[in-house]
Design a protein around this ligand. Structure first.
Ligand code: URA
Length: 250
């Protein structure tokens, strides 16, 4: 790729600004000063330095964020803080976006990437990527709820949900549950419980596909996915579903 494009992508300025920047002689490729923005670079092999400091070029980045409440799953908003505000400036240059949405008051695992293809695959309704949530529910969650979720429940707009796996951790006036769903309708978990006359008072996503939220990440913290985690996401995103509304095969 062109050197000016690479530097612009890395946040050193616009393609136009790169002309002046390169003229200043601050950029070396394999220890040779390069002033021509059109110079072809192999980002995997060439060593690029700006003012003597080596820069690492990555086309795609993948972050795991432990989303706190109070942040929108969006890249910008006029009123509210977004999950992008949680990133360090040096990571904001990659122009990542959240893969899917968690509500403003939902916590937990959110993947941020600039890899549109992966995001598309993870969000494709055909892929049935499982998403697991931990929640507190006002009211006693019962085995009838477990059976109803397994069967599919009718949401407020008439949509019948795919079979979902509900586990009761504690059935009490405020119950604690874990729920795995294989689709991602708007406010799905809250609406599924609403269909059973129950209210979600706390919601946290703990897993997406084969990827689990790293328990060492505090609220608001994030890190890059490891190579293994990235492969997990790419290779085992979804599960086969019986489209005639049977059960998930996994
Ligand atoms: N379901 C919801 O109701 N909210 C979320 O944020 C995610 C799933």
């Amino acid at each position: 790729m062109r050197l000016d494009k690479l530097l612009a992508n890395m946040g050193f300025g616009s393609r136009k600004e790169m002309k002046k920047f390169l003229k200043s002689g601050q950029v070396t490729v394999n220890d040779q000063v390069v002033k021509d923005g059109k110079a072809q670079i192999d980002p995997q092999h060439d060593i690029i330095r700006v003012s003597g400091e080596q820069i690492e070029y990555k086309e795609f980045v993948y972050f795991m964020l432990h989303k706190p409440q109070g942040y929108l799953s969006a890249t910008e908003d006029l009123r509210d803080k977004t999950v992008i505000d949680l990133l360090e400036p040096e990571d904001q240059i990659y122009e990542v976006f959240p893969v899917g949405r968690l509500d403003k008051d939902t916590e937990g695992l959110l993947i941020l990437t600039n890899d549109g293809k992966l995001a598309h695959e993870l969000l494709s309704p055909k892929k049935h990527v499982p998403k697991t949530y931990y929640a507190h529910i006002e009211g006693k969650v019962t085995e009838e709820d477990v059976a109803a979720f397994k069967q599919g429940v009718t949401l407020d707009d008439g949509y019948v949900t795919l079979p979902a796996h509900l586990s009761i951790i504690e059935s009490a006036p405020v119950s604690k549950i874990s729920l795995t769903i294989y689709e991602g309708k708007f406010h799905q978990v809250k609406r599924m419980f609403a269909s059973r006359g129950k209210k979600v008072t706390y919601l946290k996503r703990t897993a997406m596909g084969a990827l689990e939220l790293d328990p060492s990440l505090k609220l608001g913290e994030y890190r890059e996915l490891t190579d293994d985690e990235r492969e997990k996401l790419k290779n085992r995103e979804g599960v086969e579903m019986n489209e005639s509304r049977g059960t998930a095969d996994s």
